[in-house]
Design a protein around this ligand. Sequence first.
Ligand code: GLA
Length: 386
Amino acid sequence: MNPPPGTKELRSRFKEVFGAAPDGVWQAPGRVNLIGEHTDYNEGFVLPFAIDRTARVAVRLRPDSTLRMLSTFGNQGLTTADACVLDPATARGWTKYPLGVLWALEQRGIAVPGLDLLLDSDVPRGAGLSSSHAIECAIILAVNELTGAGLSVEDMVLATQRAENDFVGAPTGIMDQSASLRGAAGRAVFLDCRDQSVRLVPFDAEAAGLVLLVIDTKVSHSHAGGGYAARRASCELAADVLGVRALRDVGVRDLEEAAGLLDTETFHRVRHVVTENDRVLQTVELLEGDGPQAIGALLDASHASMRDDFEISCPELDLAVDTARAGGAIGARMTGGGFGGAAIALTPAGAEQRVRSDVGRAFARAGYAAPEVFRVRPAAGARRLD
Ligand code: GLA
């Protein structure tokens, strides 16, 4: 099989900047979450898929402990002479992600080699499409293979989570890297975040006469601190009060009793997680039965729950969702951790142009930055290209 376009260019650019050919080129995609938000760290269910926007790394192991990392975008690359940069306090820009992965491997007792690395990526940054996990997954695949560390996919999921949580400082769950590592063309990844068991579920919007549009609001967000961490903390507190290991163990039928035990805000947080888990299960059932045409109402309900109960939407996301729905989308919701980023709109192919122009106009009228709207479909997961 010929390596995909761009691989040769990355190889020759690597040779140009580092003076020798890379040992290989690896690729990992960003993700869109179809449904199941803020359920992963509650040991619940998610249904994301890998997209055809990817991070690619060309890597060469070095005989010494020097780490040199450059990217094709901007001048934020780093060249350093030793391994002491495996320190969250000094890591900067995108290099946090590869350094975080190397650090997490070291924490597992894996000897971290010196390496030269060149990164290229077309996953939009700050759009809620997990550009950081795409980088981390490409790198962990490369290092796992080159060092013969023998990590399983489950191990790689946990190591990248460790990198995010304890190096980058974002207390995120395991959804994004699982989608990137396990995605497949035409399939969404139904993941049980308690035991990492996975079922690939057919999701071919286009065969059903639909397109899945991403509306990047250009409102940038970070999960390192602030609202994301606060939501996670209230979920954990609620689980404690309710006497369960995680909110995964609370069912829709338990909500009435939970309301009596929690303050109103915490109860609303719990109600989001509990009903969202249920919506994931219903979505899987519908996709395996009637197909994508049947899931619109669940996407809408998910958005309402995030807006009203979990309170992680923002005016730009709400406008994107409402305008897409009014323009003909059969269901729409914000996707990802919230507080900015992107919305998705499941749209009949015939209404795509209308949704695109209505959303653009509505944002202009509201005085918001112009959003970027593009189609996504489930694509292959992380792999070696060359
Ligand atoms: C971010 C995190 C994920 C998940 C989502 C919300 O994308 O990285 O682990 O918690 O937010 O569903």
